[in-house]
Structure formats: C-alpha cells, structure tokens
Design a protein around this ligand. Structure first.
Ligand SMILES: [Zn+2]
Length: 100
C-alpha cells in the first residue's frame, strides 16, 4: 500500500483509502498535487527536508557527522542550530503517524 504525504496540508493519504481517487494524483484533503510518496521506514532527516525545515545539503552534511558522533540525527541538527526543538518535535510527531 502506498502512502502519500501532502506538503501543503501535511496530511497523509493512502492509495487504498476511500477518499483517495486512484485516477487523480492529488491530495484527497486539499487537492494539492504536491504529494510525496513515502516509505514505511521514513527517516526523521528526510521528513525534516520534506517539511522544509532543512535542505538536502544540510541533511547530508549532518548524516556524515552522525557517523562520527553516533548521536541521533535530530540531536546533531539541533546542536548545529539547523532546526529548533519545536521543528524536531513536529517532525517526530509526524513520523509517529507513519508507524502502523
Ligand atoms: Zn493536502
């Protein structure tokens, strides 16, 4: 089953959900076409990029630091002041919704 994350209204829709029209690739909630196909094991870093809090370059640089520091990526981003506690919490909250 495919899952989609709407960048516009931040809602998650499923390809099998009744409100999702198979023919149209738009958000069933706000009809935005800004949808992202998301996997089940969505990483927090990817979410932060999706939510527009950090860019890919910042994430990649932080992932490299993570290998050395052995800390959570969210912690590293916070230490480097790339994201705020609030941004991290909202990303973690969103991530928890992906877990079945
Ligand atoms: Zn939407």
């Amino acid at each position: 089953m495919k899952k989609f994350f709407c960048k516009n209204c931040k809602e998650i829709s499923y390809s099998s959900s009744p409100q999702y029209t198979q023919t149209e690739k738009d958000c069933p909630y706000c009809h935005s076409s800004d949808l992202l196909d998301i996997s089940d094991d969505i990483r927090i870093g990817r979410l932060l990029v999706m939510m527009g809090f950090i860019d890919k370059t910042a994430l990649e640089a932080s992932l490299e630091k993570q290998m050395v520091l052995k800390k959570r990526i969210g912690e590293i981003l916070k230490i480097n002041q790339l994201i705020t506690e609030t941004q991290l919490s909202s990303a973690l909250e969103l991530q928890s919704r992906f877990v079945n």
